[in-house]
Design a binder for this molecule. Structure first.
Ligand SMILES: [Zn+2]
Ligand SMILES: [Zn+2]
Length: 139
């Protein structure tokens, strides 16, 4: 069992693979529903408008988009691919980079799989990115 600080309110809680405490999760869920409903009715709204209309902070809306729970109709300048910086509609990377990442992971699976799985999620992402850059340089 692991105890961690909630990423949002900093209270201690029993970590279960999610970075927020149960109270924040409930709140975030309410916010998510508001944002989702608003985007459903206003598919062309940009994040600032959504934030103003729903009262949900922009960074929280961005988080939903990063998690892939929400998707924008048009690629947004505030939501960019973590690898090439191109505006995207949802998630962390554009489709091209995701495809490259998938290929690299498959290619180097045997040598890197064990090491990667030992790392924490955040450092794993950095590791994977480094790995791809190194691999690219070699090619
Ligand atoms: Zn919390
Ligand atoms: Zn990209």
């Amino acid at each position: 069992m692991e105890i961690r600080n909630c990423k949002r309110c900093n209270r201690l809680f029993q970590y279960n693979g999610i970075k927020y405490c149960p109270a924040c999760l409930t709140e975030l869920d309410e916010m998510y529903k508001k944002v989702r409903d608003y985007l459903y009715e206003h598919p062309d709204a940009v994040i600032v408008e959504v934030s103003e209309a729903t009262g949900v902070e922009e960074k929280i809306i961005l988080e939903f988009l990063r998690e892939g729970r929400l998707e924008l109709k048009e690629p947004s300048l505030v939501l960019t691919c973590e690898r090439c910086g191109k505006p995207i509609t949802t998630g962390r990377m554009c489709k091209e980079c995701l495809a490259v990442l998938e290929r690299s992971l498959k290619k180097g699976f045997n040598e890197s799989a064990r090491r990667v799985s030992d790392l924490k999620p955040d450092s794993r992402r950095i590791h994977v990115a480094d790995y791809i850059i190194k691999k690219k340089e070699r090619e």
